[in-house]
Design a protein around this ligand. Structure first.
Ligand code: NAD
Ligand code: IPM
Ligand code: MN
Length: 355
């Protein structure tokens, strides 16, 4: 019998509170469907680990989690104690870059019964995927600080777009669009202002589009695209963007569906050379950490994405169905969605509804 080995990393803040609910639901669904899942727990990629060891992860972190079938990750960051760029570049961004997880796949879906902050929107009106480039672009380590602490001080950080890097994310996005009923792809650009890298991005989109004649595609500058997410979310099907644009769009999209607390993501290495990381879109939420009120759905839905990635689509669908039935009941929702359930009550409800 097949047994999946999952590396479990809760991280910081509400990551530690939503992770048990994610595990609870995966366990319930796996049991119902006769799938064997083994969880190996790791305490690194967290402030607690940093405080003890002076680094975010052990030197052999890749040996510890690189052979697992997937990595299930909560959230990292504790800015009161450690600057975000240190904790994030020492953990999550390392996973993405060193495991070559060049796709960050983030679904945006208005769930039945959940009120959207946008007027008169019903499920089906908001149902698209953000496909975010996840290893290069604006998140680059090329640059630096010169003449520190003098009047001549300056900083630069180069956007890096490689042909391989741009083409592979575009290919993934076009393939996804082609597999969907609407076959529609939107590219996020800013080639009017960012005059070298963004025209290059547009050029590669046009070249890739020629290989996918069945896909209807368009492009918007990122400024008006954010406006259209709010005004016309029904226009979108697959939205592809650079690392930074994809980051911004993948908080805005879920906000239009009621809360970022339900949004899941997969940091995917499509070739399977390395494990992929599944994590909620949200962060460690220091403002509500420790209160037991965080929405666990983003963590749980990420678990469904992980199971689908592993080839267990039935189990994944069962979890998504249970999420929908849970969110449809106001009393089972957490406070960010106008309910009064706490993290555990919401997680237990989903686990019980899995069929
Ligand atoms: P955040 O996502 O942690 O929180 C933003 C707001 O949304 C907060 O008001 C928070 O309470 C709320 N929120 C987030 N998740 C929620 C949930 N599940 N249920 C209910 N409310 C929720 O973003 P931030 O405040 O910008 O960042 C906090 C820390 O998390 C920083 O250290 C940041 O770098 C880090 N971060 C990590 C990740 C990640 O691990 N992938 C993602 C984003 C931010
Ligand atoms: C995300 C987060 C990260 C990102 C941060 C924490 C570095 O916002 O996963 O969306 O920008 O990628
Ligand atoms: Mn983000």
């Amino acid at each position: 019998k097949k047994q999946y080995r999952i590396a479990v990393i809760p991280g910081d803040g509400i990551g530690k509170e939503v992770m048990p609910e994610g595990l609870r639901v995966i366990e319930a669904a796996a049991k119902k469907h006769g799938v064997a899942v083994q969880f190996d727990h790791f305490d690194f990629a967290s402030y607690d680990y940093y405080e003890k060891h002076g680094e975010m992860m052990p030197a052999d972190w890749k040996d510890k989690i690189g052979k697992h079938d997937a990595i299930y990750f909560g959230a990292v960051g504790w800015p009161a104690k450690i600057p975000d760029h240190i904790s994030l570049w020492g953990s999550l961004i390392k996973f993405r870059r060193e495991f070559d997880q060049y796709v960050n796949l983030r679904p945006v879906r208005l769930m039945p019964g959940v009120p959207s902050p946008l007027a008169n929107r019903k499920p089906g009106d908001i149902d698209f995927w953000v496909v975010r480039e996840n290893t290069e672009g604006e998140y680059s380590s090329v640059g630096g600080r010169m003449f520190p602490d003098t009047d001549r001080e300056f900083v630069t950080q180069q956007t890096v777009m490689t042909r391989t890097g741009v083409d592979r994310i575009l290919k993934f996005a076009f393939e996804l669009a082609q597999s969907r009923p609407k076959k529609h792809l939107t590219s996020a650009t800013k080639s009017n202002g960012i005059s070298i890298t963004m025209p290059y991005w547009d050029e590669r989109v046009e070249a890739m589009a020629r290989k996918y004649p069945k896909v209807k595609w368009d492009k918007y500058h990122i400024d008006i695209l954010t406006a259209n997410f709010v005004l016309h979310p029904d226009w979108f099907d697959v939205v592809v963007g650079s690392n930074l644009f994809g980051d911004i769009l993948s908080d805005l999209g879920p906000a239009c569906t009621g809360t970022i607390g339900i949004a899941p993501s997969g940091n995917i290495n499509p070739e399977g050379d390395f494990p992929s990381v599944f994590e909620p879109v949200h962060g460690s939420a220091p403002d509500i950490a420790g209160q037991g009120i965080a929405n666990p759905i983003g963590m749980i839905w990420s678990g469904a994405m992980m199971l689908e990635h592993l080839g267990e689509k039935q189990v994944a669908d069962a979890i998504v169905g249970a999420i929908e039935r849970t969110l449809a009941e106001r009393t089972l929702r957490t406070r960010d969605l106008g309910g009064n359930a706490d993290t555990t009550a919401c997680g237990k409800a989903v686990a019980e509804m899995v069929d």
